[in-house]
Design a protein. Structure first.
Length: 263
């Protein structure tokens, strides 16, 4: 059985803490394999687990009411705004997940592709390791087994795994925040313009494909179908347990970055 939590909008630190709290419960076999679909209360730039803060234009974030948070996963920065974000967490020894990041990425990508087919979005999976522009931006190129449409990057995902659980989450953009994203990084004007133009040609979102927006409820129905097909398990609608909720509150400080304390 796979539990699907249809969540609402939260601050970035809550979202990251909640993803980790769920994964810890899954890893200890207190909860089954879990998907969570959610949104963000404010536009929020999420940094990879080890990403340097000095790459980020803090003043731009402050002046444009953009929050910042650090993810429990690696990779480069993603600006979350008009999107549906997913979490997928399973025990590390799940029988359908290979014991490595790339292999498990591939299986989860298959489930994502099957899900998106249900809302008439035909996707591909990136099979090559691409060179990126050497910027702090996750979306400047698709990584291997990430989801693309017409060779344009669509879903940006990141994974963390240990000996108990796999935590993978990713952004499914409804309308990609192109201008704010490109301006969130400290770089020379020429390089920033190059990043903006590159993203304009190499990134795609739901609205560009369907000419409309998709709700979390519609995406949930698609995920129920796609993940049950690939994992051959029933997907049921569940909710956060009391202990997951309490652990989330305890973990929030781990992911917060106080913009006001940065000069």
């Amino acid at each position: 059985m796979i539990r699907l939590i249809i969540d609402t909008y939260h601050m970035g630190s809550w979202n990251m803490a909640c993803d980790l709290a769920i994964s810890k419960h899954v890893g200890k076999k207190l909860q089954p394999t879990t998907i969570r679909l959610y949104g963000w209360s404010l536009p929020t730039l999420s940094l990879g687990r080890f990403q340097k803060l000095e790459d980020i234009d803090i003043n731009y974030l402050k002046n444009n009411n953009i929050d910042i948070v650090r993810r429990p996963t690696g990779g480069r920065a993603v600006l979350h705004h008009k999107e549906i974000t997913y979490l997928f967490s399973a025990q590390t020894n799940h029988p359908l997940l290979p014991n490595n990041v790339i292999g498990s990425y591939k299986v989860i990508a298959e489930a994502l592709i099957k899900s998106l087919e249900k809302i008439n979005i035909k996707c591909d999976v990136e099979k090559n390791k691409n060179k990126h522009l050497n910027t702090p931006a996750c979306y400047d190129s698709p990584s291997i087994y990430e989801i693309t449409i017409d060779k344009k990057k669509f879903i940006g995902s990141a994974q963390y795994r240990n000996d108990q659980y796999v935590l993978q989450h990713g952004a499914i953009p409804i309308q990609f925040p192109l201008e704010n994203y490109a301006n969130s990084f400290k770089m020379e004007k020429e390089k920033k313009e190059r990043l903006y133009n590159h993203l304009k040609n190499k990134v795609i979102d739901i609205k560009s494909v369907l000419n409309k927006e998709i709700s979390i409820e519609e995406m949930s129905e698609a995920f129920i179908s796609g993940f049950s097909e690939v994992f051959n398990e029933d997907v049921f609608i569940g909710e956060l347990s009391d202990s997951e909720y309490e652990l989330t509150k305890k973990l929030i400080d781990r992911f917060e970055i106080d913009l006001d304390s940065i000069t």
